[in-house]
Design a protein. Sequence first.
Length: 114
Amino acid sequence: MTSADCLFCKIVAGEIPATLVAETADTVAFRDINAQAPTHVLVIPREHHRDIAAMAAADPCLTGRLAADAAAVAAQDGLTGFRLVFNTGAEVGQSVFHVHGHVLGGREFRWPPG
Ligand code: AMP
């Protein structure tokens, strides 16, 4: 399942370059082009789902595997703590509509987020 006009489907297909840090049968992880922290990696499913809500409804097992793969990426970067963010909807800042978990770490974070 892919979407012809989707930027992240093109990264999965290798049609657009990205700095890959991990790959599994289900997911691809690559550095965010506009990093907001020393570690800022996007973990995405190879399959196209528009956001975490749609993916969780369609395939809860894949959603769990993506969470595990995000934790593995954080460990690979030497993080003991990390933030995993899924912006869901344009009104909260989602700009690419292929689900992606932001793995963020390596600096101090504040709560609540802005
Ligand atoms: P969001 O605003 O939650 O949808 O996050 C989209 C993220 O994708 C942003 O943090 C962008 O910096 C990142 N991004 C957009 N294009 C690329 C790209 N070609 N390679 C890596 N990251 C990208």
